[in-house]
Design a protein around this ligand. Structure first.
Ligand code: ATP
Length: 332
């Protein structure tokens, strides 16, 4: 039986603006996403039985149908029933390095790895657009996790435009190990508190993607794109943006405290990633990242606080390669 091991990187949001509501219940987003080298390892193996088995070394990760990696196998078995019949079931084992429920797309990147793994295991030879289409069926962040690098993401987050690579930068990530923020809660709270300040779009699918949006002009995503093209770290740092901070920071004082500590640390910039609670600081070098980590660690003396230093990555899912991210602190 053949097996494959894949590296599944986490992502951070350099920019997250909520533009409006969509008819399909999602929000219309303008995001700039960045892969980092902090990654899970996903092993995928064909087994004789027609079953899906998921193993993970992290106690908070579900092993049933609610695991996004499980759902990726299910989707592939429905799309390619002949392969499912021919090759049998699949065993997935996830070595979890990405903090869970952290705003770093841990589940989405595992699902993206399974799509790539099954493409190889079942010798499907799928094209990148075909894989992207399957990824979008699993979740808004899955297409980006597949492609990786630096990209603008619009629509629900699944429509991608690649940007020039930013792989010389580093981030310090910090998260309270026992703190989780529900993505659904963050978006729902944003809608109830700020929903009347944005426009309403009827846009619900790619087929009407060219319709103009009845939304306010973007805050500063254009300047951020310019900063990325010029690889201007100071400008990128100043323009980091996340609308979801407006609901998460007032409700989670620990996240606010982290944001303030990073703000005073001399980093290029700091922001909460996705729906949080992870906060990151953008750094010019690994040395700067280590200094900032130590500074914030001594400013907030809390045994529950985990820190990671990671480099920006220019790739999404990869067949196994050495892992360069460094974990410092208590592992969850
Ligand atoms: P996103 O940034 O995409 O919103 P996240 O990083 O905030 O995601 P995840 O780490 O994906 O969050 O976890 C969110 C929830 O999804 C967890 O509470 C967990 O129960 C569930 N989950 C399902 N599959 C996985 C997986 N493969 N890895 C981690 N969590 C998973």
């Amino acid at each position: 039986m053949r097996s494959y091991s894949l590296i599944a990187p986490a992502k951070i949001n350099l920019y997250l603006e909520i533009l409006g509501d969509r008819a399909d219940g999602y929000h219309e987003l303008a995001m700039i996403l960045q892969s980092i080298e902090l990654a899970d390892q996903v092993n995928i193996r064909a087994i004789g039985t027609q079953t899906i088995q998921v193993h993970c070394d992290h106690p908070q990760v579900p092993l049933d149908k609610t695991n996004l990696a499980y759902r990726a196998v299910e989707l592939m078995s429905q799309e390619f029933p002949d392969c499912w019949a021919q090759f049998g079931g699949v065993e997935i084992s996830i070595q979890k390095n990405i903090p869970v429920a952290a705003g770093l797309a841990g589940g989405s990147t595992n699902a993206a790895a399974v799509l790539v793994g099954l493409d190889m295991l079942w010798q499907l030879g799928l094209t990148q657009p075909e894989l992207q289409e399957l990824a979008a069926k699993l979740g808004s962040d899955v297409p980006f996790c597949l492609a990786g690098g630096t990209a603008i993401a619009t629509g629900r987050g699944e429509e991608l435009d690649p940007l020039p690579s930013l792989d010389s930068f580093y981030v310090v990530l910090a998260k309270h190990q026992n703190l989780a923020v529900s993505t659904a809660w963050a978006y729902q709270t944003y809608r109830s508190e700020f929903g009347n300040s944005y426009g309403r779009s009827d846009r619900a699918s790619k087929s009407i993607a060219t319709e103009p949006l009845n939304t306010p002009t973007r805050v500063h995503s254009g300047s951020m794109v310019q900063g990325i093209i010029n690889k201007n770290g100071s400008k990128i740092g100043q323009l980091l943006y996340n609308d979801l901070e407006k609901v998460v920071l007032p409700n989670y004082p620990q996240v606010l405290q982290l944001r303030q500590a990073f703000e005073n640390s001399g980093a290029l910039g700091t922001m909460m990633s996705g729906s949080g609670p992870t906060v990151f600081a953008l750094c010019q070098s690994q040395e700067q990242a280590q200094e900032i980590l130590q500074q914030v660690q001594s400013a907030i003396r809390c045994p529950d606080l985990g820190f990671w230093v990671s480099k920006f990555a220019r790739h999404g899912i990869q067949i196994i390669s050495p892992q360069k991210s460094l974990f410092i602190g208590n592992r969850e």
